[in-house]
Ligand binder design. Structure first.
Ligand SMILES: Cc1ncc(COP(=O)(O)OP(=O)(O)O)c(N)n1
Ligand SMILES: Cc1nc(C(=O)O)sc1CCOP(=O)(O)O
Ligand SMILES: [Mg+2]
Length: 530
């Protein structure tokens, strides 16, 4: 294999047919390199050998001026004839054993993979320098012969590369607009991330390829600098329960001070309840569902709750999440009743493949369905039985897979960021008897995540400008605060003399949310680090 390893950060695969009218190919290549492209592959699917050779030779001259290696797609004869730095081969191209023998020592060889089994073959062979994983998203630049992976299809492939030196890039439909989500989502459970991304149209079809390349590079480099600090603070040592309770309690002051806009797409059963709870805490609710207003709403700081309740607004949910990711607003996802129907499972997958949630909240049945466990069953939107025997392990695994904070609600609540898990034991039994208490938890979590996001951007202005993050602030604390607030308010409401049943409880609950203070939270919180 070649050494030293090339820089795969921004891999340009050429596509002359996609150049904008009037744009010269060599001019475009030059500008792309100026913008920061780190490796180039010449891909000519319908060009005569003679012309391909000329293009490859001239392209190599240009790339080498920038110290960038040049690879050839498919054609070993061309690579040999112009002494390319390497080749890229697909599953039906020249076998890598033969390619490695034919090419000079030290040549870079990349192989396309679409499944973990294909990646395992590459690992076993021990002859490849990198894999091109695709297609990540749908693309118009090539007629695909394998299924689109979606963001969550990449992790299992990257898992096969753990403990190897084989590098990995993803390809297919990657744009500036989905790049952050692509990088953050495409990570193996043990944290093996992509080494770079490969693009055709985003750069080639631009009139200003250097500007586009520069933007892409900036985002990838920022991600590489901090790939794992997603939505949770990295603690030098594990925080104590008291530190977590104090931080969560004081976040209530930020809710009142910053009054984040909490955009909530929720089911029509609970819409009024959620809006009132948000207002009672001091934040500002908006319950908009039309896809046409999502871009504008995402620009207002705060958080987005997507509770897919009756799933009547799927297009709005897709658009809202997409724009929230772009604006680095935290998304709280509540996959209500996901186990109940195949449509719910497919929709949850589609949503989670399209945007990156900061927090996923569910009851034990919903969490079981998300992780594919039979240990806890559900009935409609309700969870049955006594829960998981090892909730910590289940929640850590799901947090690592989905790369976000997981909240599991029930008689006892849990919050996990994949490393740290806390158990929360507050709450009145009345919560189990009213409609939408789980939805309320999603709403209070979103309210505190919105406040934390706004607080963090205000108090550390530079963190809000970092290109590589999807939401500033500590969403782990936001999630804990959201759960504690609701459960403690429910205990206080249940104690009120005027509460005789669920009707009076519900209005007392809104009153207690309204009157809650950090001191009451600190006094009553039952939080254990598990
Ligand atoms: C970096 C990178 N990854 C994947 C491919 C696809 O190669 P292949 O499967 O051989 O398809 P064609 O590009 O030959 O149509 C690639 N070219 N580059
Ligand atoms: C060349 C290529 N290979 C793919 C694969 O899935 O293996 S997708 C693709 C085209 C990628 O183009 P764009 O960045 O314009 O979507
Ligand atoms: Mg090929």
């Amino acid at each position: 294999m070649s050494s030293p390893s090339p820089d795969y950060t921004l891999y340009l695969v050429t596509g002359r047919e996609l150049l904008p009218p009037g744009k010269d190919y060599y001019e475009s290549l030059n500008e792309s390199l100026e913008g920061g492209v780190t490796i180039v592959q010449i891909r000519e699917k319908n060009t005569d050998t003679r012309e391909f050779l000329e293009i490859a030779k001239r392209s190599k001259e240009i790339c080498h001026r920038y110290g960038v290696p040049l690879l050839i797609n498919d054609r070993i004869d061309i690579a040999l004839a112009m002494n390319a730095d390497g080749i890229h081969i697909g599953q039906s191209d020249m076998p890598i054993e033969i390619a490695r023998k034919l090419l000079p020592a030290g040549s870079i060889i990349g192989v396309s993979v679409n499944t973990p089994a294909e990646a395992e073959e590459v690992v076993k062979g021990g002859l490849a320098d990198y894999v091109g994983i695709g297609a990540l998203w749908a693309t118009n630049s090539k007629k695909l012969t394998s299924p689109v992976l979606g963001i969550r299809g990449v992790g299992p492939i990257l898992q096969t590369l753990e403990k190897t030196s084989i590098k990995a890039v993803a390809i297919g439909g990657i744009k500036s607009s989905n790049l952050l989500r692509s990088l953050h989502g495409a990570v193996s459970p043990n944290g093996r991330a992509l080494d770079g991304i490969a693009v055709v149209s985003e750069i080639v079809s631009s009139h200003q390829p250097s500007v586009v390349a520069q933007r892409l590079c900036q985002i990838i480099r920022a991600f590489k600098d901090r790939p794992f600090s997603l939505f949770s603070r990295i603690y030098a040592e594990p925080p104590t329960a008291q530190v977590l309770v104090d931080s969560a309690a004081h976040l209530l002051c930020s809710v009142k001070e910053y009054r984040p806009l909490v955009h909530q797409i929720t089911n029509n059963v609970t819409i009024n309840q959620l809006a009132n709870a948000t207002l009672a805490l001091g934040a500002s609710p908006i319950m908009a569902t039309s896809p046409h207003e999502m871009e504008d709403l995402a620009k207002i700081p705060g958080a987005l709750l997507i509770n897919f309740g009756t799933i009547s607004d799927k297009e709005g949910m897709l658009a809202a999440g997409h724009y929230a990711n772009l604006e680095r607003k935290p998304i709280v996802f509540d996959p209500v009743g996901i186990g109940a129907t195949a449509y719910r499972r497919t929709t949850a997958n589609e949503l989670l493949n399209t945007w990156q949630a900061a927090v996923i909240k569910g009851n034990a049945g919903e969490i079981a369905s998300l992780i594919g466990s039979n240990e806890v069953k559900s009935h409609g939107v309700d969870s049955l039985g006594s829960g998981f025997s090892s909730p910590k392990e289940i929640l850590c695994a799901l947090a690592k897979r989905e790369r976000c904070i997981i909240v599991m609600t029930g008689e006892t609540d849990y919050v996990s960021d994949g490393n740290l898990t806390v158990k929360l034991s507050n709450g009145s039994a009345f919560l189990g008897d009213i409609t939408g208490s789980g939805c309320l938890a999603g709403s209070t979590v979103a309210t505190f995540c919105g406040a934390e996001n706004k607080r963090s951007k205000r108090s550390e202005p530079s963190s809000g400008e970092v290109e590589g993050i999807l939401a500033a602030g500590d969403m782990f604390v936001g999630a804990i605060a959201g759960v504690l607030t609701l459960t403690i308010a429910s205990e206080l409401a249940a104690q009120r003399p005027e509460v005789h049943g669920t009707g009076t409880f519900l209005s007392a609950l809104i009153d207690e949310l309204y009157n809650l203070t950090p001191e009451k939270i600190i006094q009553r919180a039952k939080l254990e680090v598990v």
